[in-house]
Design a protein around this ligand. Structure first.
Ligand SMILES: Nc1ncnc2c1ncn2[C@@H]1O[C@H](COP(=O)(O)OP(=O)(O)OP(=O)(O)O)[C@@H](O)[C@H]1O
Ligand SMILES: [Mg+2]
Length: 289
């Protein structure tokens, strides 16, 4: 795995052979190596003009929750991952494995208990809540299993409203709302309210609403879970088109094996730990299959 777990990269760059044990994570050596590697990677993120620049990186992220009886749940432990620009990345794993917890931290909706998350080279775990709000409003977008459209508004009004919240001038809103709804195949359903649309159509409105303000990255938590397989696949193919044509990066969670085949990278989570990262070669045409 070229962009493998952080610890492995550190061991490799310091020339440790098979016969050597990797340094313990609490050792000074490990911390120095980690700091060096982190610095190099941040510089790569800042300076790289190439198309495959890292847009998002988790470095040693952990998340503990303390519940009512005082016991602690380790939802995530030492998560390292990287997302390149213009990739569709999938997080998979059983219920309770930590997918939603991770996507919330990557999307600046939650703070980790330990570790750091870098978005476009900036450590977003250090941002204030208003700075996080601003970052999410301008550069990020979210799609959830329950689409949460405003039921009294038409599809067009839902998207136009999102543009208004994002501060897009009135003169541009109408054209952009129509463009996005057309992009997701809803040109003939623009003036329907959510109750007059199918589940798949509602999810496509939610996607149009998410991408209308031209975010850099979309986080989607089980966006296809409420859909039947063909409709879910259509949503996934739409994601692939958006990655290719709208200069987007998408990080999504799913349980569905078919969906995973359309992702560039699939990270598997087990009990809050990344157990594997599989890179697929889908950019060249697999998405259209
Ligand atoms: N706010 C919270 N307080 C306490 N424990 C939590 C909280 N949120 C999540 N957890 C626990 O953290 C673990 C991971 O939860 P998470 O929601 O991330 O799983 P998931 O992989 O998204 O599961 P699913 O596929 O069911 O959505 C679970 O054991 C869960 O019980
Ligand atoms: Mg979840």
């Amino acid at each position: 795995m070229g962009k493998g777990p952080y610890g492995k990269a550190v061991c490799g760059s310091f020339g440790l052979g098979e016969e050597h044990r990797p340094p313990h994570k609490s050792s000074l050596f490990f911390k120095a190596a980690r700091a060096f590697s982190r610095f190099s990677k941040i510089e790569k993120m800042k300076n790289s003009g190439d198309e495959m620049a890292v847009i998002l990186k988790a470095d040693g992220v952990s998340r503990q929750f303390t519940i009512g009886d005082g016991s602690v749940v380790n939802a995530l432990t030492d998560i390292d991952l990287e997302v390149d620009q213009n990739q569709l990345v999938c997080l998979r794993g059983r219920s309770g494995s930590g997918k939603t917890t991770l996507i919330n931290i990557l999307g600046a909706l939650d703070k980790p208990s330990g570790g750091n998350v870098y978005f476009e080279g900036q450590d977003i775990t250090q941002l204030s809540s208003s700075e996080c709000d601003k970052l999410r409003r301008h550069k990020m977008a979210f799609v959830f299993q329950s689409v949460a459209l405003i039921s009294t508004m038409t599809a067009y009004e839902n998207v136009e409203f999102a543009l208004r919240l994002a501060g897009v001038p009135l003169s541009e809103r109408s054209a952009r709302a129509k463009e996005c709804l057309t992009r997701v195949g809803l040109e003939k359903r623009m003036y329907h309210r959510p109750g007059e649309l199918s589940g798949g159509e509602q999810q496509r409105v939610a996607i149009a609403r998410a991408v209308c303000h031209r975010p850099k990255i979309v986080f989607a938590d089980e966006p296809t879970a409420a859909l039947d397989t063909p409709t879910g696949l259509a949503v996934l193919k739409l994601f692939r088109e958006l990655v290719r044509e709208e200069d987007l990066t998408i990080v999504m969670t799913t349980h569905d094996q078919t969906m995973m085949e359309l992702a560039d990278v699939v990270y598997s989570l087990e009990d809050g730990v990344i157990s594997s990262a599989v890179h697929n070669d889908v950019a060249g045409g697999g998405a259209d299959a």
